[in-house]
Design a protein around this ligand. Structure first.
Ligand SMILES: [Mg+2]
Length: 298
């Protein structure tokens, strides 16, 4: 089997109202859908996404640069193709739009493999579990209390046993009010996670987190800037609350740095951002060797 074409399309999908977390306003989601066509009649679909920046650059990397490297290759040699493409893309940077482009291709190659072997992807990957726990979450920092509780109600109605909400308002009391209200709604048996989207520095964060200790939260997500590994390690020594990080990391090397520094409890690798399923699995194995839990970001 050989690859005969690679072609992508970029879709802009605005949310009904712009979403806001503690650091970003999302007025436009971008989805890059990549189709890898083979001479066996199998077409693999992969995708990347952004929260509003870089979509056309990702599409150009895939269709203008990677396409010619892929045509004529056997799509089942995923590991070889991944390594080759990563080596080429690395000439213009390590992670970011490069690994997003690579991720769309890698996901399409796994799709081809699953179709070729005629099994669902989870079966092809080894299928450790038959089901996984889920949580409901939204980009909801801008919602008032009624709208937030309404959204959480929807998550519970959909069957989620846990919920994640955004925090990081300017006024710390407003964060606490939101947590109290949601805890009351979901009751004592369901878990609540909170996400600050890199809002604070270590000193601000320690003040904020002291007040959260009483709420039995499942984790605090991205409390500090994603590049502040030392800060996350310091924070872990200061609070009992598990720290979740990973959606803003783009390579296995960045995850290794976090793990070696004892700076993360819950690893949230994003399959698109890290370069696809192949790299996600390596990060999962790396995390397992440090006895850390994975909670995929996407
Ligand atoms: Mg997050």
């Amino acid at each position: 089997m050989k690859i005969i074409d690679v072609a992508s399309r970029l879709y802009h999908i605005p949310p009904t109202v712009p979403w806001e977390d503690a650091t970003h306003r999302v007025a436009n989601l971008e989805f890059i859908i990549t189709h890898v066509t083979t001479d066996a009649g199998i077409v693999g679909a992969g995708f990347a996404y952004t929260t509003g920046i870089g979509g056309s650059a990702i599409l150009a990397l895939i269709d203008d640069y990677c396409r010619t490297m892929l045509v004529g290759q056997d799509p089942r040699q995923i590991e070889r193709l991944w390594s080759f493409l990563y080596g080429q893309l690395h000439r213009s940077g390590t992670g970011g739009i490069n690994t997003l482009a690579l991720g769309a291709i890698d996901i399409a190659l796994w799709d081809i493999a699953a179709k070729w072997y005629d099994v669902p992807l989870f079966r092809l990957l080894g299928a450790r579990r038959d089901s996984i726990p889920t949580y409901g979450s939204g980009i909801d920092l801008f919602l008032d209390s009624d709208a937030l509780l309404n959204q959480v109600d929807g998550f519970l109605a959909a069957g989620h046993k846990a919920v994640k909400i955004k925090i990081g308002r300017d006024n710390a009391e407003e964060d606490l009010d939101r947590i109290v209200a949601v805890k009351k709604l979901i009751g004592p048996t369901r878990r609540l996670f909170v996400d600050a989207n890199q809002r604070w520095n270590v000193a601000d964060c320690m003040i904020r987190l002291q007040k959260l200790g009483a709420f039995d939260l499942g984790w605090i997500e991205e409390p500090l800037h994603a590049e502040d590994i030392r800060g996350h390690a310091d924070l872990r020594g200061f609070v009992a609350l598990p720290i979740a990080v990973g959606e803003s990391l783009y390579t296995r090397h960045q995850f290794a740095d976090y793990l070696k520094a004892n700076a993360v409890d819950v690893v949230q690798a994003d399959v698109c951002r890290v370069g696809g399923i192949s790299e996600w699995l390596k990060i999962a194995n790396l995390s397992a060797s440090f006895h850390r839990t994975m909670a995929p970001h996407y």
